[in-house]
Design a binder for this molecule. Structure first.
Ligand code: ADP
Ligand code: MG
Length: 253
C-alpha cells in the first residue's frame, strides 16, 4: 500500500435492501495503484460493496468517498456522479456487451455518449485498446461470434476506452470455461503491472495471491480480515478465513 492519499475511503459503510442489512460497517482505505482482491463466501456482500463504489447502489449510511467524491445521497450531485462514472468503470461477470453492435461499436459508444469524444477520437481509442487486449482482428465481429474469454477481454478494452482511474471487476472469470480463464487473468495481470488501480471480486486465489497487493476477506457484511496476500493466505487470523481457505482448497503455505 502506498503512502499517497486514498482513492477509496469506506468508513462504517452500511447498505441495506429494505429490511436486509447487507453491508454492516465496512472500513477500508485503498490507494492509487492498489490491486485489491475481494474474497469471501457467496452472499457476504462483495458485489454490493463494489457496486457502491461506482454508485450502481446507493449508500445507506456511513461515509464512502471515491476519487474525492462523497457518495452519500445529500452530497452527490449530478455533476459529481458524471465525474465518478468517468473515473470508475466496471467489468461484469457476464460481460454486458451490446449484442447488436460490433466489437468496435461497443467500444466507441460510451466515450462518445458519456465523454463526448468525437467519432474519430473514439475509434482511435477503440483500436488502441483492442490491440492492447490482443483482439485487433475482431474489431468488426459481433459479440456472439467470440468466445467467452474474448468477450471478457473486449469488455476490459471497453472499460479502458473510458480511461478510468479505477476498474472494478465482479468475478470476471467465473462465467468462463476453465480453459478460457487464463487469457482474461493475464490481461488483468498486465493492467495491474502497468499500475492500474483495480478492485477485483474473485474466486481465483492464485490471482489474488500473485497479482494483488491487498486482500479483503468479507464475511457477513464486514471485512473480517485484510492485508497483504502473503499474510492473509499464509497466516490467516480469523477462523472464518481459515475455514474459507480450506473450503476453497487454497494451500496455506
Ligand atoms: P456476494 O457478491 O458476496 O455473493 P451480494 O453482494 O451479491 O453477495 O449479495 C449480498 C446479499 O444481498 C444477498 O443476500 C443478496 O441476496 C442481497 N442482495 C443483493 N442485491 C440485492 C438487491 N438489489 N435487492 C435485494 N437484495 C439484494
Ligand atoms: Mg457477487
Amino acid at each position: 500500500m502506498s503512502q499517497s492519499s486514498p482513492v477509496i475511503i469506506s468508513d462504517n459503510l452500511h447498505k441495506s435492501f429494505g429490511d436486509l442489512e447487507v453491508l454492516k460497517g465496512v472500513n477500508v482505505e485503498l490507494h492509487k495503484g492498489d490491486v485489491v482482491s475481494v474474497i469471501g463466501p457467496s452472499g457476504c456482500g462483495k458485489t454490493t460493496f463494489i457496486r457502491c463504489l461506482n454508485r450502481l447502489e446507493s449508500v445507506t449510511s456511513g461515509k464512502l468517498e471515491v476519487m474525492g467524491i462523497e457518495m452519500s445521497d445529500h452530497k452527490l450531485t449530478e455533476k459529481s456522479l458524471r465525474k465518478l462514472r468517468s473515473k470508475v468503470s466496471m467489468v461484469f461477470q457476464h460481460f454486458n456487451l451490446f449484442p447488436h453492435l460490433t466489437v468496435l461499436e461497443n467500444l466507441m459508444l460510451a466515450p462518445q455518449k458519456v465523454l463526448k469524444k468525437t467519432l474519430t477520437e473514439s475509434k482511435e481509442k477503440a483500436h488502441h485498446y483492442l490491440d492492447k487486449v490482443g483482439l485487433s482482428a475482431k474489431a468488426n465481429f459481433y459479440p456472439e461470434q467470440l468466445s467467452g474469454g474474448q468477450k471478457q477481454r473486449v469488455a476490459i478494452a471497453r472499460s479502458l476506452c473510458m480511461q478510468p482511474e479505477i476498474i472494478l471487476f465482479d468475478e470476471p472469470t467465473s462465467a468462463l470455461d476453465p480453459e478460457l480463464v487464463g487469457e482474461v487473468l493475464s490481461t488483468m495481470k498486465q493492467l495491474a503491472e502497468e499500475g492500474m488501480t483495480m478492485v477485483v471480486v474473485t474466486h481465483e486465489m492464485q490471482f489474488a495471491r500473485e497479482v494483488s497487493n491487498v486482500v479483503l476477506f468479507f464475511h457477513q457484511g464486514i471485512i473480517e480480515e485484510k492485508g497483504k496476500p502473503e499474510d492473509v493466505f499464509s497466516n490467516p487470523n480469523s477462523d472464518r478465513l481459515k475455514a474459507f481457505l480450506k473450503r476453497s482448497n487454497t494451500p496455506v503455505y
